[in-house]
Design a protein around this ligand. Sequence first.
Ligand code: KDG
Length: 347
Amino acid sequence: MKKLAMVLSTILLIAMLAACGNSNEKASSNGGNESASGDAKVIKAGIGLNEDHPQYKGLLKFKEIVEEKTDGAIKVETYHSGQLGDDRSMTEALQLGTQEVTIPSTAPLANFVPDFSVYDIPFLFPNEEVADTVLDSDVGQDLLKKLESQNLVGLSYWENGFRDLTNSEHPVATMDDFDGLKIRTMENDLHLDAFSALGANPTPMAFTELFTALQQGTVDGQENPYATIYLQKFYEVQDYVSNTHHIYSPFVFLMSKSFYDGLSEDQQKIVKDAAVEAGKYERKLNREANEKYLQSLQDEGMEYTEITPEAREEMVKAVAPVIDEYKSQIGEETVDKVYKAIEDAQK
Ligand code: KDG
């Protein structure tokens, strides 16, 4: 009797260990990410902008494509308005494997891969079409590959767009008008130094804190594309807008590398293609939005000031020493390649 009990308990133990081994296997082949409700792999995707922004509409397009093409084997959960955190903390969550997708501006990404600061060079791109050509060329794609050393995969570039200045103090037409203005910038040293060179008093801050900071007067102003200024309702707390167009800001569609590595080859292709296709859709919506919302901002009562070519030239000169200073930090090779690609794209 005793013997039988021992044999039975040994069989039970072996069965339990085998079951345990199986589930470990499953979890790791899924990148440890399985829905509680089934076998689908789940992508938690978060952004800082709100649900009205083209970036969120692009994310919904990504979800639609991925869920359809994988027949539900990959589910995409979408979160907007910084519900999962800000650009930096979500990027860190991707590195840790606790979140799968985020789409930050390239500026805070420079804290992970310094080369990304090349896109923070003021007045770099002349227009959106040239930016598309450069970002989608080998030069832009090679930069995305550098993210892998940070446990991140850059699947495609999307568009944030040309950034324009708003503030609550006075119209900004020339360099002198920047004097002492407290401006929130993204968390990026080149942005800080460029605004200091223009005479402003810049403060780095996460996007998720920005509206309150403007409302409470912690800062006088900020800079973002018209679509963001309008859709995030900054006009409620800002009176003046100028077309400074000082930086063209790309987004990077980022995926956690540990999650990506756990996908089958087919699934990797599906998510990559979906990030590219949804990105094209997002760029189109974003351009339409940026075009129409300058008027909407004025309709909401903001005063618009046009920057003359002479005034912009003055700004270009003021930031030139900052660019020189940063070249070696970004990497001379990266800077030269991007300048050359911009030149080629205009031929
Ligand atoms: O979802 C993207 C936003 O988090 C952020 O990148 C927006 O341009 C932005 C900013 O000013 O922080």
